[in-house]
Design a protein around this ligand. Structure first.
Ligand SMILES: NC(=O)c1ccc[n+]([C@@H]2O[C@H](COP(=O)([O-])OP(=O)(O)OC[C@H]3O[C@@H](n4cnc5c(N)ncnc54)[C@H](O)[C@@H]3O)[C@@H](O)[C@H]2O)c1
Length: 376
């Protein structure tokens, strides 16, 4: 049984495609796909966490509708977003005679979506792509906006491009299984959208914290719906990131630096969304101390992350780092960040809750001060 709770038509560049939010809506894929293509070859690249539901439900319903379905399981996690996995999938597509109008369905978090999207965008110069995001972060952020990429050696998202799906299915059933930590990390992106663009949404996220953490359906639907609208609003007309889309990077410049600087041999210390929360607190500090952001608005950002138990400071010793060395490493990472322009840093800063602007020349001294504030 499938239940559609919300649907939109997304328009980016020359792409126009349906985005459906609901429950059990992976069952919609066969009918929707049949409307878009006559080709019956489908490869499902999926996070192996979902082995059973992919085999028993998604693949079975597609086969029943006459599709030839191949399956390629992937291990979630950032280390697998690499060229070796891409080569394996190219090999499969070639050996099975997939053609230009065949379809790759990516079922998983941002890792599977970015990698599957990258393969779909490059094989035969682009085959059909369907996104079925399974983490909250992927639902409201990575499956939308067209960025596809893989990591190369130590560089995150080093190789990639822009490519839109022909269908995006957001099935809330996946959220049920999502661990609370990943769920909260996804909420950081929703909070980011609220701070840059919508004070009323921010208030809703603050007031409904308990219900949202319990994954109450109407609240969850509003969280996802509004975050998606804000993302679409910022991406349409600026897919290639020249202006308004940059605002979606709020918290990311400094957050990425913290994320990369705290990777250890055991893997990541912070989820992407946790890094974003820390980056937002650093950015909010700069805006408060140097650009006239009201203290109340700075504190509101702190309060909302506290409510969702997202980090607002890095306790260096607790995560096995020496404070001064970690601050230096974060600064080094900011300097090599791709958003750097000449000798100054381009950053998105909030001038109030629901208002933001791009600053092209934030000096390194302020960045260092902000890291000193958030790294204890
Ligand atoms: N394309 C973009 O615009 C964009 C934007 C933001 C981030 N990203 C990328 O997204 C990636 C991170 O994505 P992510 O945070 O979704 O991580 P992920 O894909 O690694 O998923 C996190 C973990 O959750 C598991 N998982 C996935 N869905 C689940 C579910 N419903 N229930 C239980 N477990 C589940 C996965 O197996 C994995 O272990 C990074 O590579 C980042 O670069 C891309």
């Amino acid at each position: 049984m499938s239940k559609i709770l919300s649907q939109k038509e997304v328009v980016f560049d020359r792409s126009r495609y349906p985005l459906l939010i609901g429950r059990g809506i992976i069952n919609e894929l066969a009918a929707r796909l049949a409307e878009r293509t006559r080709n019956r070859d489908v490869l499902i690249v999926y996070d192996n966490y979902f082995e059973a539901s992919i085999n028993d439900k998604l693949a079975a319903s597609l086969r029943l509708a006459g599709f030839r379905v191949l399956l390629h399981p992937l291990e979630g996690g950032k280390v697998n977003k690499n060229i070796n996995e891409v080569l394996k999938i190219y090999g499969l597509l070639e050996s099975q005679d997939f053609s230009r109008d065949s379809t790759l369905v990516a079922v998983g978090g941002g890792v599977v979506g970015d990698l599957g999207g990258f393969v779909a965008s490059t094989y035969l110069r682009g085959i059909n792509l369907v996104h079925i995001p399974t983490t909250l972060m992927a639902m409201i952020d990575s499956s939308l906006g067209g960025k596809v990429a893989i990591n190369f050696r130590k560089t995150i998202n080093a190789i990639g491009g822009y490519y839109h799906p022909i269908i995006n299915l957001i099935d809330l059933d996946f959220i049920d299984a999502l661990p609370l930590r990943d769920y909260r990390a996804g909420l950081a992106e929703a909070i980011k959208c609220a701070v840059i663009a919508d004070a009323e949404y921010f208030r809703f996220l603050l007031d409904r914290g308990a219900a949202i953490l319990e994954k109450s359906e109407p609240d969850l639907l509003r969280v996802i719906d509004r975050a998606i609208e804000i993302k679409i609003d910022h991406v349409s007309g600026d897919v290639h990131e020249g202006g308004k889309r940059l605002k979606l990077n709020y918290g990311h410049t400094l957050g990425h630096a913290v994320e990369s600087s705290t990777v250890t041999d055991d893997g990541e210390t912070y989820r992407h969304g946790e890094g974003v929360a820390l980056g937002i607190m650093a950015a909010a500090y700069i805006a408060w101390r140097h650009l006239g952001l009201k203290e109340q608005a700075y504190q509101a950002q702190r309060e909302i992350f506290d409510r969702y138990r997202l980090p607002v400071v890095v306790e260096a010793a607790k995560i096995g780092f020496e404070r001064a060395a970690l601050i230096d490493e974060c600064l080094r990472n900011v300097k090599k960040d791709k958003k750097r322009k000449d000798h100054v840093i381009r950053m998105v800063l909030a001038s109030g809750i629901g208002q933001s602007a791009i600053y092209n020349d934030v000096p390194f001294s302020l960045i260092e001060e902000a890291f000193r504030e958030i790294v204890k």
